[in-house]
Design a protein around this ligand. Structure first.
Ligand SMILES: [Zn+2]
Length: 304
């Protein structure tokens, strides 16, 4: 079932890429897919890099203490733009340059430049993926990057904090300005519960390295309808998990209980979709697992 799912998915997105055309010279499948990004000289880091993202994270390596100072007042206004690969929210309130939303990493101030969404998640945890992942991209004045990743997991109830942000998403290739956008309290709460930190890269071409990644270990919840409303627009938008030399060295360092699949496989080998499992909402029991599975099927049905 998983195999035919992958093939159908690839075909679906090849069609989607053709339909949307667009300026981007990369895609998530087919001729311009992730396996071929690095063939273009300007994207060579995608192939040759040794600290690439996303990766498979190990739950045994969650950090509880020491999350960087994070200042993220709720968003009152943002420019929302949709490309064929993502929906992106760029703050349009507060101080110029977004200086009122920032993280302090290693003594340097990284201001929030934008945040965007992937479906399903790009990072995996213990070889499982989530329904979706938000990336809050923070930058220093001289261009260094720190990205905060937050997983989204399907729940029965709608998440009211995201209703406004997801209510008026423009069509692909368009942008719009939205008011009263997002209460960020649950994002700040999520990072307080634990996080992963590693040195990686952009997950899209040019795959530049030197990116400080912080990924909250606790997902935030959204209804299937909310997640579908995003997936319907951007489709499959996750780079496969990558080899990352420093993380691989950490994993070899006396860690056991990991089955060896996923991020730390041979470089360039895409983790087969068939070997990946979704986080199943185990905390809320079987009903949620069944609902999630039905939800995934519904999501796929929507996309074909
Ligand atoms: Zn991203």
């Amino acid at each position: 079932m998983h195999q035919s799912f992958s093939v159908a998915l690839a075909l679906s997105f090849a069609a989607l890429a053709l339909a949307s055309g667009g300026a981007n010279d990369w895609s998530y499948s087919g001729r311009d897919g992730p396996q071929r990004w690095g063939l273009k000289p300007e994207y060579s880091a995608c192939d040759k890099g040794k600290a690439q993202s996303p990766v498979n994270l190990l739950s045994s390596r969650v950090k509880k203490e020491g999350f960087p100072e994070l200042v993220m007042p709720s968003l009152k206004k943002a420019n929302v733009s949709t490309s064929k690969h993502t929906i992106q929210w760029t703050p349009a309130d507060g101080a110029e340059g977004g200086n009122d939303r920032f993280m302090v990493v290693g003594g340097a101030k990284y201001s929030l430049a934008q945040f965007h969404i992937h479906t399903p998640s790009e990072h995996h945890v213990d070889d499982k993926y989530y329904d979706s992942e938000l990336h809050f991209v923070h930058k220093t004045a001289d261009g260094k990057l720190a990205v905060l990743g937050v997983f989204l997991e399907e729940s029965v109830a709608e998440n009211p904090l995201w209703s406004a942000a997801l209510s008026k998403v423009p069509d692909v290739g368009k942008s719009t300005v939205l008011d009263t956008l997002l209460d960020t309290s649950e994002i700040k709460a999520a990072v307080g519960n634990g996080y992963y930190n590693y040195q990686g890269s952009l997950t899209t071409p040019p795959c530049s390295e030197g990116v400080q990644w912080f990924v909250a270990s606790t997902p935030i919840r959204m209804s299937l309808a909310q997640i579908k409303s995003v997936a319907k627009i951007i489709g499959f938008s996750a780079r496969p998990v990558q080899y990352n030399e420093a993380l691989a060295a950490q994993s070899d360092d006396g860690h056991s209980g990991h089955d060896g699949h996923g991020a730390q496989d041979d470089k360039g080998k895409e983790s087969a979709a068939s070997s990946q499992d979704k986080h199943s909402g185990a905390a809320t029991g079987i009903a949620t697992s069944v609902a999630s599975f039905a939800g995934l099927a519904a999501l796929l049905a929507l996309m074909f």
